[in-house]
Unconditional design. Structure first.
Ligand SMILES: *Cc1c(COP(=O)(O)O)cnc(C)c1O
Length: 219
């Protein structure tokens, strides 16, 4: 099936309130152009340099989402154009995004990444760390970032019940954080293999790569 057909098929299964991020990491510009031609306007990349190269050549009405781990020293390269940073996993990173956004007179939307997977290799904050950040005075002083939600990745496993538990855990952290931070409206969870379950558990934004563009050779 073509990229256009894949997109069409996925969109048919998504409730209206769920936003589709087309994860185009490692894929050539021609693939992004095909998705763009089919109406897709939100793309997700996990490397700042690759995202910047694609931003330079693609139409300017695209929203670019950084879904990967962000190194603080690279924030400056995307600060001009990135529309949502999914993987914010420390207060120091949030401060750097704020600083770079301020230089460009922007407010950059961010998601705090929560560690829900049992594997200890994945990045992210735990519930205590999120509460610590969101209740700190310094956090509320940052005027050039806006935390609009949370992001999480489930464990890479075939155990469906484990994945569901992890999604439920993320949703419950989201709900309790929202009581104190009413700027929250986005819960980014679900990828090609698990997005339907993620939606059942309350996801409002799914990040789908291989089901749209086909399998990747790396990452
Ligand atoms: C690669 C990636 C995805 C998309 O994965 P697929 O299984 O190809 O849909 C989603 N989220 C993050 C953070 C990723 O790195």
């Amino acid at each position: 099936m073509s990229i256009e057909q894949n997109l069409e098929k996925i969109k048919q299964t998504l409730p209206k309130k769920v936003t589709l991020v087309a994860v185009s990491k490692t894929k050539p510009i021609s693939d992004l152009q095909e998705a763009y031609g089919a109406g897709q306007r939100i793309f997700g990349e996990n490397k700042i340099q690759e995202m910047t190269q694609k931003w330079e050549v693609m139409p300017k009405d695209i929203q670019w989402h950084m879904i990967g781990h962000v190194q603080r020293n690279k924030v400056k390269y995307m600060a001009e154009f990135v529309s949502l940073v999914h993987g914010v996993d420390s207060f120091r990173l949030l401060k750097e995004i704020d600083k770079q956004a301020k230089k460009r007179n922007r407010v950059i939307d961010c998601l705090l990444q929560i560690h829900i997977a049992e594997e200890n290799t994945k990045f992210g904050l735990d519930e205590n760390e999120v509460n610590e950040i969101s209740t700190s005075v310094e956090f509320h002083e940052l005027k050039n970032i806006k935390v609009i939600g949370l992001m999480g990745m489930s464990t890479f496993t075939n155990d469906q019940e484990q994945i569901r538990r992890e999604f439920k855990q993320l949703k419950s952290i989201y709900d309790s954080l929202k009581e104190n931070l009413n700027s929250l409206s986005v819960l980014s969870m679900g990828m090609s293999g698990d997005y339907q379950m993620a939606i059942e558990e309350g996801s409002t934004m799914v990040r789908i790569g291989s089901s749209i563009f086909g399998a990747r050779n790396s990452h």
